[in-house]
Design a protein around this ligand. Structure first.
Ligand SMILES: Nc1ncnc2c1ncn2[C@@H]1O[C@H](COP(=O)(O)OP(=O)(O)OP(=O)(O)O)[C@@H](O)[C@H]1O
Length: 307
């Protein structure tokens, strides 16, 4: 079942077309990584999905309902963090979070429990009595994230939620997102430029390029389509040279200092072929493993090829 779907979503800002016939299909319970360069149209898409701005053409459904015809209560099922979060600057962290919980109609007991739990996961407890105006950028971002998911929404839209976070913050946010999806079946649409982080979380991928969705696929499809390389390491430089000679028909990349060779896997039989060729010639690498290209490389290749 699709939790979020758009049909030919388009948006023009005067003559500039920011979105061009975008057809998002986001499965229920998935973590959908929405990837694109600056200005690709990610925030614009999310703003339309949240009814903050109107599409110029096309429509969008969330949980099967056309978002232009839903009641105010409908939005209780949705949480979001779009760019810089807004909080009351002259109130403490705890006071702000309590207001968010109240707005989402959590009982006093439930919001105290949930706020303590979230502050603990995001390492905010020590700042609970700090005024929001005195918080760092990263901690402000965490407040925005808590606001987005305090009520366990069915749908969560996160636009660059890891802005300004340090490595411990990144790990904590990742854990929170993965737990929310796993334990509550939340459908999460997330954009970020930190593709290493995205790669650790996403179950689906959508690449937006100049307002067009140029690729949309499941994680399994990405794993299958991404380029793979066979990495071979040899005990001596002479073994490495010998391996290069017997594999002359295959384009290889070498790192002579480390006595390593990388062989692009262009067909299913490549690995077997290489291993057999080496064995026939009595050349035995000391290590041998296959690596898949990163999501970042995959993304850059996809947009490069379609520029
Ligand atoms: N209100 C506006 N008026 C005119 N142009 C706009 C407006 N909002 C966005 N744009 C333009 O639309 C395009 C898409 O912007 P958007 O913010 O959606 O991109 P993005 O993918 O979220 O980028 P980033 O990764 O930098 O956040 C950009 O070229 C931007 O300048």
């Amino acid at each position: 079942m699709l939790a979020i779907e758009t049909d030919n979503l388009s948006k023009n800002y005067h003559e500039f077309q920011a979105l061009n016939n975008v057809n998002l299909k986001i499965e229920s319970g998935s973590i959908y990584g929405f990837i694109g360069l600056n200005g690709a149209g990610k925030t614009t898409t999310m703003r339309i999905l949240l009814n903050m701005i109107k599409a110029s053409k096309g429509n969008a459904q969330i949980l099967g309902q056309d978002i232009s015809h839903v009641s105010a209560e409908f939005w209780n099922q949705v949480g979001y963090l779009i760019e810089t979060p807004h909080a009351y600057k002259n109130m403490t962290v705890k006071e702000n979070l309590d207001i968010y919980g109240e707005l989402r109609m959590l009982s006093k007991h439930d919001r105290r429990k949930r706020i303590n739990e979230l502050m603990d996961i995001l390492q905010l407890t020590q700042y609970k009595n700090t005024l929001v105006r005195d918080l760092s950028l990263g901690n402000n971002q965490k407040i925005g994230l808590i606001k987005a998911l305090i009520h366990h929404p069915k749908i969560l839209l996160l636009d660059e939620p890891t802005n300004g976070l340090d490595p411990t913050g990144l790990t904590a946010v990742r854990r929170l997102i993965l737990d929310e999806a796993k334990n509550y079946g939340t459908t999460i649409l997330i954009s970020s430029h930190i593709l290493d982080e995205m790669e650790k979380m996403v179950t689906e991928i959508g690449i937006l390029n100049h307002g067009q969705l140029i690729l949309q696929q499941s994680r399994n499809e990405f794993e299958k389509d991404a380029r793979k390389t066979l990495h071979l390491k040899f005990s001596s430089a002479s073994d490495m040279q010998a391996a290069k000679i017997v594999m002359k028909y295959i384009l290889v990349r070498e790192s002579p200092k480390e006595r390593k060779i990388e062989v692009p896997i262009i067909a299913e039989k490549t690995v077997n072929q290489v291993e057999q060729t080496l064995a026939t010639n009595q050349i035995f690498p000391i290590s041998n493993h296959v690596e898949r290209e990163s999501l970042e490389k995959y993304f850059l290749r996809e947009i490069g090829e379609k520029q």
